[in-house]
Design a protein around this ligand. Sequence first.
Ligand SMILES: Cc1cc2nc3c(=O)[nH]c(=O)nc-3n(C[C@H](O)[C@H](O)[C@H](O)COP(=O)(O)OP(=O)(O)OC[C@H]3O[C@@H](n4cnc5c(N)ncnc54)[C@H](O)[C@@H]3O)c2cc1C
Length: 294
Amino acid sequence: MIDELEKYGKVYENFALENYNTYGIKTSSKYFVQPNSIDNLLKLLKYLSKNKIKYYILGGGSNIILPDKPFSGVLINLSLLNKIEINNNLVSAESGVALGALAKKCIEKGLSGLEYVSLIPGTLGGALYGNAGLKERTVYDNVVGIDVIRKHKLVHIDKKDLKYEYRWSMFKDSSDIIVKAYFEMDSAEISDMNDIVKQNRIRRMDTQPLEFKNAGSVFKNPAMDSAGRLIDIAGLKGYRINDAEVSQKHANFIINRGNATSDDIKKLIKHIQKVIKDKYNIELELEQVIVDWD
Ligand SMILES: Cc1cc2nc3c(=O)[nH]c(=O)nc-3n(C[C@H](O)[C@H](O)[C@H](O)COP(=O)(O)OP(=O)(O)OC[C@H]3O[C@@H](n4cnc5c(N)ncnc54)[C@H](O)[C@@H]3O)c2cc1C
């Protein structure tokens, strides 16, 4: 099998994933494949489907809770699909590019549209999947089209057919694999954009527990409220299941104090949801993705 997989890119066997998910969950995958072109990703998917081999798409691993159980299939990591093309204000980028790297390149060219989201960890593909963003802006603001692999074919989706809302996109309800996105950027002063990035960096360092492993906000904000505020007033800051802990700095973050397992994190999530439901009759909806691969 490894000889076949090697036709499509870089391949690793029995691959440790601790450094490929930002929670640092110590799990692994039988095969870890990094396709080296969109065409080879397409061929790989055809091969896996023909041979009924399970796969999972991994971006930067910054919004997922991987299972403790090792994956017996093929984990497909898109980080080698990282080409960026810029023509005047038109930008196209492959989905494995780091969002921050893409934003930086645009800022350097005086192209505005991604500066607000530039400090969100992970890949462009992962950001489009979950409609990553902040209050002011999201990754979709300047998107004019997306290429996906759908049922072993490359399909272009035009802006008018894209559907997304707060921390949700149509891709969450499909098995499409995002491979490329197209942006029509605005223009702005480079120094103004750099100021926005700088302000965001200060705000993040002040409010987020970046000294610990975490995967960003755990829950979506309920309408007209904030998940962090509710968890805080419920007295859950510092509540801990083994090494998984509700951050003292930001109650909507769970931190890994060293050896948290997937199970610890999921139990803590259930506990928080139950307390908030019992106290305030509000159902907290997960923003992070629980992966279940067997
Ligand atoms: C410190 C910190 C701060 C954060 N701040 C923010 C923030 O301000 N705003 C925000 O919205 N998020 C934030 N996040 C969450 C996270 O960074 C974003 O959701 C990010 O966009 C996820 O991208 P990823 O590549 O890491 O996706 P992953 O975690 O690897 O994957 C997430 C999901 O997307 C799917 N996926 C990934 N790539 C593709 C693809 N090409 N095609 C189809 N499906 C795909 C995966 O299968 C998985 O289901 C933060 C996280 C951390 C750790």
